[in-house]
Design a protein around this ligand. Structure first.
Ligand code: NAP
Length: 292
């Protein structure tokens, strides 16, 4: 039997409608419109598309959005000065520095310069540390989107074996930490695999829930998956013919119980969680500036 399709695009649209309503109530209650600044350095075409999609999504839910475009020759000092300016701007509640930055710029220093309450990507060491210590605040958008897909599809994670392939700070590690948290979408027994993991298929076959974020086109084959498993494909790649594929082979649909498609799976959920985080950041900053 073919796997059920975990439709991230449809879910994302429904969540965006909810967020639009919440933004509207927040504006009426506080007089503050949540604002997001996207900082794009250089001319990377994929980054330009990502930023355009994120800005469009902001507009659909009533979030004020600003694009800061900087040349590829921008220096570290100039970029840090721009982040400082946005940190001090009361109309901006979320700052997103689109990665990758051009060679020569220090990404970690830039990400750690963003005020932790404006860190809507959740990449600041303070926010990752809070997640690791079980006190999540602003959580990276892609793993947050995956967790939301699991919860809203009614997938039980408690007590189940989740295998995450990939240990990046952006996807794999925070994904594993979310699956480990106590509560909805968590309480799983978690294994994290990476390039030093021997015999990867024997590890992925143990998964009740398999999240693949390896960045390797269609690496996960049908015989890597336990029958009936929930498979979430985070990867996204453009093939030579221009079409998109993920880290999971389409043949996995004949074995899995659930499979998220590429495109139309995790991607739209990631953008939606950016909207969620921007509203959350605006709430946190509004509370922080309210006298006790
Ligand atoms: P990344 O930084 O390149 O990390 C890839 C991880 O996968 C690394 O930890 C690497 O292990 C591991 N890995 C690579 N090849 C492997 C193999 N053959 N066996 C086992 N582990 C392997 O990538 P990322 O930023 O996490 O992104 C992963 C994928 O998700 C990419 O395709 C990216 O485009 C996609 N992505 C999609 C979205 C979305 O919204 N849909 C968002 C973010 C990323 P080592 O640490 O040992 O090198």
């Amino acid at each position: 039997m073919a796997a059920e399709r975990m439709d991230g695009a449809d879910l994302a649209n429904r969540i965006r409608e909810e967020i639009a309503g919440e933004v509207s109530s927040f504006v009426s209650q506080t007089g503050v419109r949540p604002g997001l600044a996207a900082v794009l350095v250089g001319e990377n075409p994929a980054s330009q598309v990502y930023v355009r999609n994120k800005r469009k999504a902001c507009q659909t839910v009533g979030i004020h959005d600003v694009l800061i475009q900087m040349p590829a020759a921008t220096t570290q000092a100039e970029l840090l000065a721009e982040v400082d300016r946005l940190n001090a701007d009361p109309q901006i509640h979320g700052i997103l520095v689109q990665l990758p930055l051009p060679t020569g710029l220090d990404e970690l220093e830039v990400l750690d310069r963003i005020h932790p309450l404006k860190d809507v990507d959740g990449f600041h060491a303070e926010n990752l540390g809070r997640l690791a210590s079980g006190r999540p605040r602003l959580v990276p958008c892609t793993p947050l989107g995956v967790r939301e897909m699991l919860i809203r599809t009614g997938i039980q994670t408690r007590g189940r074996h989740a295998v995450v392939v990939g240990r990046s700070n952006i996807v794999g590690k925070p994904m594993a930490l979310l699956l480990l948290q106590k509560g909805p979408g968590g309480d799983a027994t978690v294994t994290v695999a990476h390039t030093a993991t021997p015999d990867l298929p024997s590890v992925t076959r143990q998964a009740d829930i398999l999240v693949v974020a390896a960045g390797r086109p269609e690496i996960v084959q049908a015989d890597w998956v336990k029958p009936g498993a929930v498979v979430i494909d985070v990867g996204i790649h453009r093939k030579a013919d221009g079409s998109l594929c993920g880290d999971v082979s389409p043949a996995v649909a004949s074995v899995a119980g659930w499979l998220s498609p590429v495109p139309g799976g995790v991607g739209p959920m990631t953008v939606t969680m950016l909207l969620h985080n921007t509203l959350l950041a605006a709430r946190l900053q509004t509370q922080a500036s309210t006298p006790a």
